[in-house]
Ligand binder design. Sequence first.
Ligand code: HEC
Length: 113
Amino acid sequence: MYIYISLMKKKLINISFFIFLSIVISPQVIKADDLFDLGKKIFLEKGNCTTCHTLNDANSYGNVGPNLDEIKPDITRILLAVTNGIGVMPSYEGELSKAEIIAVATYVAQITN
Ligand code: HEC
């Protein structure tokens, strides 16, 4: 039981859960277009990603973090950064729901790649 709980706490498990969700469940529950639109909304509003990042599609020109059009992050990289935080960038765990994190990662990955 203890081993199970400590395993569950590992971020790695969380991330596999995200990937599982985004690949297996989300496309069936939410239409791809809806996920994309929701992701854009979160990028602009609730997530405040525009404060720090440049992303042309979002008319966003923040320069605290890397230019997302330039680094073209894949979805795993975005999920990790948003979930755990990286450097100055805060973790969004608790701030955004898992579904919202998947949505914003889907949006950024699709629009930059
Ligand atoms: C307070 C400013 C800030 C906010 C808000 C912010 N970021 Fe960041 N972000 C950064 C910084 C700084 C880095 C570079 C961190 C480093 O490499 O040390 C970064 C890195 C990233 C990376 C690259 C991660 C990697 O592996 O190199 C992605 C993708 C990213 N951010 C996406 C987002 C998204 C999506 C949001 C909104 C949910 C967001 N960021 C909000 C500052 C921010």
